[in-house]
Write a protein that binds this ligand. Structure first.
Ligand SMILES: *[C@@H]1O[C@H](CO)[C@@H](O)[C@H](O)[C@H]1NC(C)=O
Length: 551
């Protein structure tokens, strides 16, 4: 009896707030933001903030039933361009489709003059881009002009047109009668960084396709352009390989319901392409591979205890030829399934204890003259896989350990910095060695804390490290990471959004866009807009949306 009561008693002692109902006092920061929110941002609800914005008080009424988004005259884009066709339909729906007034009765009654009936989208070059995949050098710049002559969105490539459509949709607002309005506006815009990613982890928990697609939508609303798909890991192997079906038969949480077939993967890639988003899969080796071992016999290193195999397994076995035959065939398959020029090879957190226990590995180390330096064995493996992947003309991305181990990397390698400790020194070291770098260390959004933790993510400056201008130019962007230990489809979206929006603005907007107060007033509106478009983004703080989540 006593033993049963004790834990409860201890809990009460440790957490007096639970029973004293002490009211929550606002921190200075929260007071400040609430104050700031009472004032409108001069930039309305734009997110991320474009590079240059000029707006005036002249307004145009947009009668939804008469309004259309069209492929402008003089455009070189093909009328068959799916990316544009699909985007025109989506953005028409985003702008008008979710109004509680609907768009029939009330709001067609705007004044007969001062109306805007068309948005013309003009592509000035590269119509072929429409049929290709976005890539790191895609041109996402655009110009948007709304004035007495109408509304014109001009971009060199479809990818810029997509970003401009998002901006146009953010400029349209409703008055109290439900009429749609847009102010006279002039915007010239382009991203500050080329790689603006979100990492989702489908191994710790399986994510249904629907929630992956929904998050691609949310990424597009935030002008993010890379889906880093951490598709497999120790816990499960949901990728259904054509050549090695046993990998998911044995390694997935369920062989037919918790998998991604090649058809599923293609669907994700096309859905992403239509939103100007690249899909970069990560197949992390030689560590983080427990699930691989279930369906691929003898791939992993057998661990030993007291001179006997213990029955447990460690990282991929780097000393046998079969390993490299498998890697060769498997990565060749991946190069067909995933069209992006880059693939992520992982290479992080390799645990040496199993390798250390295995006598065959010890013998191999001896023969190779590695001594007892297991990092050399890791490098041996990594070097071989880098050569294999390079055969398929793929660029690769790797976690920072691969760089730290002095492995020989192709000059176009992208190194991803994830360790929070001393990350600025790491950014400096990677760029000093002339590699392109991505920052994720301060943006592990799976870590949550009470209060407005988006502010911390927002305050990060990726080029803030000791280095030359040349070095800073090697920072190609960053990624918001949502590791899946405590995340599945039930909480993914509210945990990621709008916190990842802070990262999105940091990576898109000008370096001097740093006002937290102004960001807050825009972000609460942007968050409400995401909610209205079906994204269950969590609230930043107290307040309300005109269109609430279940309304
Ligand atoms: C748009 O015009 C209205 C009405 O003239 C004005 O009150 C508002 O501040 C303008 N908005 C922006 C963002 O310039």
């Amino acid at each position: 009896m006593g033993a049963r009561l004790l834990p409860l008693f201890g809990l009460l002692l440790l957490s007096p707030r639970c029973w004293s109902h002490r009211p929550h006092h606002l921190s200075e920061e929260e007071e400040y933001l609430l104050q700031a929110a009472k004032e409108e941002s001069p930039y309305g609800s734009l997110w991320p903030l474009p590079q240059t914005v000029q707006q005036s008080n002249d307004v145009y009424y947009i009668p939804p039933a008469e309004f259309s988004i069209v492929h402008g005259a003089g455009s070189t884009g093909s009328p068959l361009c799916m990316v544009l066709q699909d985007a025109f339909r989506r953005y028409y729906e985003y702008i008008f489709g979710y109004s509680p007034f609907k768009y029939s009765a009330v709001n067609t009654n705007g004044p007969s003059s001062g109306r805007l009936l068309q948005l013309q989208v003009i592509l000035t070059s590269d119509q072929n881009e429409c049929f290709l995949y976005p890539h790191v050098k895609s041109d996402e710049s655009y110009k948007l002009i709304i004035d007495d002559d109408g509304a014109v969105l001009q971009a060199s490539q479809v990818w810029g047109a997509l970003r401009g459509l998002e901006t146009f949709s953010q400029l349209v607002y409703e008055d109290s009668t439900g009429a749609f309005l847009v102010n006279k506006t002039r915007i010239a815009d382009a991203p500050r960084f080329a790689h603006r990613g979100v990492l989702l982890d489908t191994s710790r928990h399986y994510l249904p396709l629907k929630s992956i697609l929904l998050n691609l939508d949310a990424m597009a609303f935030n002008k993010m352009n890379v889906f880093h798909w951490h598709i497999v890991d120790d816990q499960s192997f949901p990728y259904q390989s054509v050549l090695f079906p046993e990998l998911s038969n044995k390694g997935a949480y369920h062989p037919s319901t918790h998998i991604y077939s090649v058809t599923d993967v293609r669907l994700v890639i096309e859905f992403a392409r239509l939103r100007g988003i690249r899909v970069i899969p990560e197949f992390d080796t030689p560590g983080h591979t427990s699930s691989w071992g279930k369906g691929q016999k003898d791939l992993l290193t057998p661990c030993y205890q007291d001179g006997q195999p213990s029955g447990s397994f460690g990282p991929i076995n780097p000393i046998v030829n079969e390993t490299y035959n498998f890697i060769q065939s498997f990565f060749k398959e991946l190069s067909y399934v995933f069209p992006d020029a880059y693939i992520h090879l992982g290479g992080d957190e390799v645990d040496f204890s199993c390798w250390k226990s295995n006598p065959d590995i010890a013998k191999f180390m001896d023969e190779q003259g590695f001594g007892t330096d297991y990092r050399k064995l890791e490098s041996y493996y990594i070097q071989k896989i880098l050569e294999i992947v390079a055969e398929y003309h793929k660029g690769y991305m790797v976690w920072q350990e691969v760089f730290d181990n002095h492995d020989k990397l192709k000059p176009d390698t992208v190194v991803e910095v994830w360790k929070e400790k001393d990350y600025q020194q790491e950014m400096a070291a990677v760029t000093a060695a002339r590699f392109q770098v991505l920052l994720t260390a301060p943006w592990y959004l799976n870590r949550i804390s009470y209060g407005q933790d988006w502010i911390k993510a927002y305050g990060v400056e990726p080029t803030n490290f000791n280095g030359t201008t040349q070095q800073k130019q090697l920072v190609i962007g960053g990624e918001a990471c949502l590791w899946g230990e405590f995340v599945d489809a039930s909480n993914l979206t509210p945990r990621l959004w709008p916190r990842a929006s802070a990262v999105a603005e940091r990576l898109w907007s000008s370096k001097d866009v740093t006002s937290v107060g102004d960001a807050y007033t825009r972000l609460i509106k942007h968050r409400c807009r995401m909610v209205r478009r079906g994204i269950a983004a969590e609230p930043l703080y107290v307040g309300f949306c005109d269109h609430e989540i279940n309304a």
